[in-house]
Design a protein around this ligand. Structure first.
Ligand code: RAM
Length: 523
């Protein structure tokens, strides 16, 4: 049951629902997917000609045609069918839409992944009156579209004028150009990042427009940071903050994710690290927008999340996994998350203190500061391996990038020493590495935070640059340069190739290129 307060917050959120910008996009090329061991995930697209060449042709059966829109689109698809002859039976058309060539190339019937196959974008239409404008039923996220008509139609037909009515709530006109000194490879990363964010910006900050198409707190925090330095849609960020606050459960715990339809509701999953990050997300919104009233109104929600995460801190000040939560941090399967979670909580408590001070609530800092001291001491006494000069995690004393990054961001060690832990982990091949851009973001952020600007820039160029080199239109949900088909869900087909949390190169480039040294960098 929602409280009266929560109902008001939901009303505020709904009043902030943005109207979407619309644009019609036409396919650029008529293509054919072909297997190619050198191509991304084993596929390439051979160009056959302009779409008009295909539109001019009539078919009866065995139609198989793919279009490349030349850019990534999120929106509704429509096309026309023209019939020559008597329509004596429905026309059966299969349509696939893909973010990648592999999606339009591979057979979805072979899909064995752990998430629902219904995320794979595919329609089978049995059209009783095919001679008309056909509108596909859903919103799609794709660059490639494939038509397949396997069965004899009994008459001639042709398909023409395929278009996508693309939607976004991102205002492209709000983005200022990068400084002229910014070199080309970085401009490319910026362009791909902003594309990613634009495509995820709908009536909330979606995690991915193909999948899961919902608001996740961890993704939202990073999207919002990029948004403040690019599209500057403060209203959308405010809407998302109010949605989380409105949909907290009876204990005051916000969900890790939420759905908008049919009406906003709680996603009923709880991620320990995401819960803690509500406070930093609120502070960053207020700092960027200047809207401190919203921060003051939602302050109790931020504090409540930190009280809730505190319940899993033991008497010595250490986070203990009691099996109550989903611990996220990264998709890496072997990662021990204890140390990283410890870092997230300290980081979030510090941001909450900053927010308290900005709101004139200094007295409330005392309790937060006591927790910071207690947790920091525990991190040093129980997680820091002085011999190896790295933080370790869990019973097995695992060494990972995640632990060093989050404890560096938590400021448990002075910046120089924290930089030492990051350098040590980079020099330890056995250390558990990130597998996704979400954690890579925090590694880069930690590097900048502790004076490793050159290493931060290099990692950014290396990791996100590798996706750009593989032809990314948007940055991806997961990416392991050693294994471009890696998926946490058992199939690369279901991965999201336009994923919110990967859009942060623009944050690093735009939140002060001078500070990060990007503008001055020679490519
Ligand atoms: C997946 C999505 C989403 C992420 C969660 C933890 O469902 O990739 O972006 O926030 O996991």
């Amino acid at each position: 049951m929602m409280t009266t307060q929560q109902k008001l917050w939901l009303e505020k959120a709904e009043a902030l629902k943005p109207t979407l910008f619309r644009r019609t996009v036409k396919p650029r090329h008529w293509v054919r997917p072909e297997r190619d061991a050198q191509g991304f995930q084993g596929w390439r697209l051979a160009t056959l000609g302009p779409p008009e060449e295909f539109y001019a042709r009539y078919h009866r059966r065995d139609l198989d045609a793919t279009f490349d829109f030349g850019e990534y689109c999120v929106g509704q698809v429509r096309f026309e069918i023209e019939v020559a002859g008597t329509i004596d039976s429905p026309l059966r058309l299969q349509i696939k839409l893909g973010e990648t060539p592999a999606e339009v190339g591979e057979d979805f019937n072979q899909y064995q992944g752990t998430l629902s196959r219904s995320w794979l974008q595919e329609e089978i239409l049995n059209l009783e009156r095919p001679g008309a404008v056909i509108r596909l039923p859903r919103r799609y996220a794709f660059r490639y579209l494939r038509f397949h008509a396997e069965y004899d139609a009994g008459y001639q037909f042709r398909i023409k004028n395929v278009v996508c009515d693309a939607v976004t709530s991102a205002d492209l006109a709000a983005v200022s150009p990068l400084p002229a000194s910014c070199p080309e490879p970085l401009r490319d990363l910026d362009r791909i990042s902003l594309n990613t964010l634009k495509n995820c910006m709908q009536t909330v900050f979606e995690d991915g427009p193909k999948r899961d198409r919902r608001l996740w707190l961890g993704d939202f925090r990073l999207q919002a940071l990029v948004n403040y330095h690019s599209f500057k849609n403060y209203g959308l960020a405010k809407r998302c903050l109010y949605l989380f606050a409105a949909l907290a459960d009876e204990h005051g715990r916000i969900p890790a994710c939420l759905y908008e339809r049919p009406q906003p509701h709680n996603g009923n999953s709880h991620i320990y690290d995401y819960t803690a990050l509500f406070a930093p997300t609120l502070l960053e919104y207020a700092q960027a927008s200047g809207d401190w009233d919203t921060a003051a109104e939602l302050w109790p929600v931020a504090v409540r999340q930190l009280d809730i995460v505190q319940e899993d801190i033991d008497e010595t000040g250490l986070f203990q996994d009691r099996g109550k939560w989903w611990l996220f941090i990264d998709w890496s399967s072997g990662l021990d998350r204890q140390a990283a979670e410890q870092g997230v909580v300290i980081f979030s408590l510090k941001k909450a203190c900053e927010l308290a001070r900005a709101l004139g609530r200094e007295p409330e800092c005392a309790v937060l500061e006591r927790r910071i001291a207690h947790l920091s001491r525990a991190a040093m006494e129980q997680l820091f391996d002085a011999g190896r000069q790295v933080f370790v995690s869990g019973k097995e004393r695992q060494v990972s990038w995640a632990s060093q990054a989050w404890l560096a961001l938590a400021g448990v060690l002075p910046p120089d020493a924290a930089a030492g832990t990051l350098r040590a982990v980079a020099a330890t091949p056995a250390a558990v590495k990130p597998v996704g851009p979400y954690l890579y973001h925090y590694v880069v952020e930690a590097m900048f935070a502790c004076g490793m600007a050159a290493e931060g820039r290099a990692l950014l160029l290396d990791y996100w640059g590798a996706m750009a080199k593989l032809g990314a239109d948007n940055f991806w949900e997961v990416f392991d340069p050693q294994d471009p088909s890696l998926s946490p869900y058992g199939s690369h087909l279901i991965n999201s190739y336009c994923h919110a949390w990967s859009c942060t190169p623009s944050y690093f480039l735009r939140s002060g290129p001078a500070a990060h040294g990007f503008g001055a960098r020679q490519s």
